[in-house]
Design a protein around this ligand. Structure first.
Ligand code: XIL
Length: 382
């Protein structure tokens, strides 16, 4: 049996030490923030203590929330330590790449569900929910797509893909990102901010409605999600992206399109301090008032440009996690927190970031884990 008190004490000693060491380098942190004329993100004395031994999924469940993460068959198959860590903490498994077009549709005439089925079975065996992403996206398409798909056949391809894939996983998936990243205000010339995807080019803006209608027919029970990015910060892009996403959701709801939830990717940036809690709360409230649930779908923290000292770095990253989640989880329509990976060993951010996730490359828990645990602790019950 663990002795809770002595573990808590050991934690406190460790954190105290980290604080002392952090003091020597805090000038670096201050310099980063002063340069940007923003307040200090993480004070060396900030406390990331967690109490007890419960896993993240247990801490989330205690508040009626789901905690999970994205991963791939390849990783779970090759690394037992990772798989064990994943099973311990996650109540939901998100297919990071194994349900994307480029995985399932390597050939236009074939639907290959081998990897997705393996993941779904792994999730079921370990009592986890399973989540699919995405049915429709401008990226993640196989090479043949450009040559094969055109104005004339795009609708057939879209409907066929959604129908086959969503039917195959009906009763198995908790939720689908039916449409991913349809809005890109910074790259769009349109007033609605829609991204120049092949789907928009071939089918017009109606492709989004068609996608949701088709998904609902194929799997009437799954939660159907509209998923998007750049929604987190008080920047010109962030403000415009939130407004455009809200407008799209209002339009879909007013037409009675079966959309059930908004997915907020939440790829955070440790050095970005333009977070406006009131604006974020207002946005979440507006989404919730449409009768939609909200999922944080791809949470991670890009740590490019932070001090090299990993203790200092980890505190700033943990602060980014906790500051964001403590605001977002106040909104009761938020039902899930899903991270985009679990360990720094396997992350799509490896080119820019060293320590963006909850566990380090050797599967040791980091302060980011504590930060998420603490955010669950503070969250109101659903
Ligand atoms: C990323 C995966 O993590 C990478 O492994 C892959 O090479 C490209 O896609 N937004 C999304 C996700 O919606 O599907 C993306 O996942 C990350 C950005």
């Amino acid at each position: 049996m663990f002795n809770h008190q002595s573990i808590a004490r050991r934690h406190a000693i460790k954190l105290g030490l980290a604080g002392l060491l952090g003091m020597t380098t805090v000038t670096t942190t201050e310099a980063i923030n002063r340069g940007r004329q923003t307040p200090l993100r993480s004070h060396p004395k900030r406390d990331f203590t967690v109490v007890g031994q419960a896993s993240l999924k247990q801490r989330a469940a205690a508040k009626g929330l789901i905690f999970g993460a994205a991963t791939e068959q390849r990783i779970l198959l090759t690394n037992t330590q990772f798989a064990n860590t994943f099973v311990k903490d996650c109540g939901m498994l998100v297919a990071e790449n194994d349900l994307k077009w480029f995985t399932i549709r390597s050939n236009p005439h074939i639907f290959d569900f081998t990897k997705g089925d393996w993941l779904a079975k792994f999730a079921r065996t370990h009592g986890m929910l399973f989540r699919g992403t995405p049915l429709v996206w401008e990226l993640g398409l196989p090479r043949w797509f450009k040559k094969k798909v055109n104005h004339k056949n795009a609708e057939r391809f879209l409907v066929e893909h959604i129908t086959k894939v969503a039917k195959h996983y009906a009763g198995i998936v908790h939720s689908w990102d039916v449409v991913n990243e349809a809005i890109a205000v910074s790259r769009s010339k349109r007033s609605d901010g829609l991204s120049r995807s092949p789907w928009l080019e071939f089918l017009g803006e109606g492709y989004i409605e068609l996608a949701f209608r088709t998904a609902a027919k194929a799997d009437p029970k799954a939660m159907l999600v509209y998923n998007d990015r750049w929604l987190d910060y008080d920047t010109p892009v962030g403000n415009a992206q939130r407004a455009a996403v809200l407008k799209l959701l209002e339009r879909l709801k007013s037409k009675k399109i079966p959309v059930h939830a908004l997915g907020i990717q939440a790829h955070l940036k440790a050095r970005e301090t333009r977070f406006n809690a009131e604006k974020m709360r207002g946005f979440l409230k507006d989404v919730a008032s449409l009768g939609l649930k909200i999922l944080i779908t791809e949470l991670d923290v890009q740590d490019e440009g932070l001090p090299a000292d990993s203790m200092v770095r980890d505190r700033i990253i943990a602060a980014a996690y906790e500051d964001y989640l403590s605001v977002v989880l106040d909104e009761k329509a938020v039902i899930a927190v899903l991270t985009w990976g679990l360990s720094d060993r396997y992350t799509w951010l490896s080119r820019t970031s060293k320590r963006p996730l909850l566990y380090d490359s050797y599967f040791q828990r980091k302060l980011a884990w504590n930060a998420i645990a603490r955010a669950f602790e503070q969250a109101p019950k659903r």
